[in-house]
Structure formats: C-alpha cells, structure tokens
Design a protein around this ligand. Sequence first.
Ligand code: NAD
Length: 455
Amino acid sequence: METQSQVVDRLRSAFRSGITIPEEFRRAQLTRLMSMMKDNEELILKALHKDLAKPKFETILSEIEIVVNDLHYAINNFSSWMQPEYVGKNLATKLDTCFVRREPLGVVLIIGAWNYPLQLLILPMIGAIAAGNCAIIKPSEVSAATDSLVAELIPKYLSKDCYAVVRGGAEETKALLKNRFDHIFYTGSQNVARSILQAASVHLTPVTLELGGKCPCFIYGRVNVVAAARRLVWAKYFNAGQSCVAPDYVLCSAATRDALLPALRQALEEFYGKEPQTCPDLSRIATPRHWTRLMDLLGRSSGKVVVGGESNEEDKYIAPTVLVDVAEDDVLMQEEIFGPILPILTVESLEEGIEFINRKEKALALYVFSDESSVVKTVLEKTSSGGFCSNDGIVHMTLPSLPFGGVGASGWGSYHGRWSFETFSHRRGCMLRGWALERLNGLRYPPYSEDKLSW
Ligand code: NAD
C-alpha cells in the first residue's frame, strides 16, 4: 500500500513527464470521466441514497446532470480556452508578440464535503484535468458510501499515473496537507478552512476556498407570494436544507410574513404531503451528530415554530420547519443552519433590510424576491455576495457560464465552466521579442539624461 507522500511523488513524476499537457490526453480523460458518470448512474443513486436518503430526482439533478453538463461544456470549449490570448500593445512593443499563456499548475489537491459528495469533487476535477494538471481528490469521510464509490471508480476510468483518490477524515487530511501541492481546492466549513490555510502557508500554496455562511432571502415590495413560497420551499428543503446556497433565513415585513405563511404551508404540503417523514422526496440529515446539532439549535431558539418542528432521531429526520419572531441575536442567527429549519425575521423598509444584510459576513448567495425590478436592482447594487439570484434560489449555480464561489468569509475564488479551468491554470504573461530597433532602445540605456526623459 502506497503512503500519501508516495502517491504525491508518483503524480508529480507524471506531471513532470509532460503526459497531461497534450490536448488529446486531456480530452481522453474528460471523455472517460463522462463514461464514468453515465455507466455508473445506478451505483451513484444507491450511494447517495445510503448517505443522505437523497431522492433519485435530486441526485440526478444535483450530482449527475450538473457534472455531465459541465463536462459537455468543458469538452466542447477547453481547446479554445487553451489558446494563447493575444493582448493589446503600445508603441514600445509594437513588433513583439505579447500574449497570455494558460499553463497547468502541477499536482493539485481537491478536498470535498459531504452534502453534495460527488459533485463537489468532480466539478473542480473537470477544471483541473482540462487545464492539464495531475490531481488528488479527497472525498468526505462523512458521506461514506460515496467516498468508497469514488475511490473504486476513479482508478477504473482515469489514468492512475495522473489522478488518485486519497481517503480519510480530519487526521488523514491534515497529514496529506503536509505534502507540497501546487494548488489546494477546499470545499467545507469556515473553521476547517482556517487549518487548510495554515497548512498551505507552509509551502505558500495558493488556495481556493468554497465555504458557506448564511444566505439571506430578502422578500420585499409587491411579490407573487404563491410563486415565492414554492421557490423558497424548493430551494430551502432540497437536500433537507444541507446546501451551501440554501436560503438560510427570510427577511420580510410583518405583512409579507403573514401573507407568506399560508403559502409556505400550502407549498410544503403540496411537495412533501401531510406527513413529510413518509415522503420519499425529502433527504435525511447526514449523521446523528449533525442531527443533534440542529435539534440543539432548534431547542435553544427563542423563535416560535409555526410549521413543522417534528423530528425522529433514529431516522435522522427533521420536518421542514419554519419559525417566526426570531431575533437577530437568536441562536439560529449565529451560524449557518445547514438543515431544514427556516427562521423568518422582520424588517419594515428596504434600507433596513439592506443594512441588516450588510451587518453580516458576505454570503455565498443572496436572494431577493420582488415583483419590483427597482427593488432587485437596489439590493444588487447596495450589497455584496458570492452570487445573486432574484425570484428563485440555488438555480444560478447550475449555469456553467457563471462563476460560482464566495466573497470574503464565504470563500475565495470561483469555479464551474471556464472558471474552473482558470482556477487551475497559471496565466503566464509572455513577450516574445527579436533584435529589431536596437538603436531606439538606446533611449533607455545609461548614460541617462534629461533629454532621454522628455521622450
Ligand atoms: P466535511 O465535514 O465533509 O469537511 C469537509 C472536508 O474537510 C472533508 O473532506 C473532511 O474530511 C475535511 N476535514 C474535516 N476536518 C478537517 C481538518 N481539521 N483538517 C483538514 N481537513 C478536514 O464538511 P463540512 O465542513 O461540514 O461542510 C459543510 C460546510 O461546507 C458548510 O459550511 C457548507 O456551506 C460548506 N459548503 C460549501 C460549498 C461551496 O461550494 N461553497 C459546497 C458545499 C458545502
């Protein structure tokens, strides 16, 4: 059995050999990755069901199709992304060839999280391969069935010399991080991100951080309450609220809240029935530890539960839950909820809502629901967040032409589509000169003079 550092060394020799550089090699590996996704759909569905009771529909949408779409996009476009980008020139460089060359970084490490355990590994890996890197992927140990499926499939489909899966939890990941990588791409919590940064600082390794935070959903002005409730319920309770871009809390006026509540109840019943625990379309909480954390938050909140609240420890079940009368300093407002619990807080003006949002750390996604485009525009212009979507939730991250990532405490860097390719590429600024105009160059050589400055 190879040690972690032997795996890193093996991949480094492969990278140095230049095997990953030709376009045909990259295309072949991306095509193999596509076959992996297509040949193993049943195994993927089974693993995700075991890990999170993820409904087949949600797995297809959020673990398979999103990856397949990104793969198609990369396969069709990476050849043009690889081409040198010629840049504007000035008088002094008129005769030179000046361009940006995208080069692979080397051996990169991709660390995934458990909530979308396949997508969060394979989407960045597409960019790493397309850009010509070797890659080690480290699945989350929490989603154990997907972890072992990924470890089985990757070596079956991809070059063993260039790509590897290293498994383990916090201790194994800390040990792995002692090795030198050329880039670390981390998805997970803000707390662990701090240790990742510390480890990366030893080798001055650049890092992409895909983190979380509290994504607000600000509902303001005239609004189609029925459509708003349906979209909010879908985005919040998809994967049982365990999405980094799930709306974490709602901000709205007391009047909007009163109109929204019956619409939320109706949408919940329509989607998950009168007894959501028996509904196959609702995921479960990942582990007993995560279930206990959520139940503890719910127990300590001074908000009033107006929908749901039921739970079952053995089944790791928490009903889709809505709370009102939640204060800004409530326990539910101190950290990312990451579960099927939705607090509603009231603000009475647009400015109050914007100030509330701006008092918090910058979110990974910010949602604004309103029929009034001036409201959407004002919130967009007066706030900052990783991504932004009006009148819906989560869907902005499915478009590969949009960068996906955080800002400030919700993350550094971005990926998806071309943005993944850029993340795993070095943009080398190149100037190719000949020997022409040497007499003109005399103007910059000593001996210097005032006359030369006036040029
Ligand atoms: P997790 O527990 O699966 O941890 C993430 C990874 O870090 C795992 O591979 C784990 O093995 C590793 N890890 C854990 N402790 C470590 C340590 N001390 N040192 C080194 N590695 C360690 O997942 P999590 O952290 O619970 O993930 C949930 C968080 O991830 C949420 O905050 C969520 O918002 C965020 N998230 C962000 C995105 C995004 O794309 N921005 C996507 C999904 C999840």
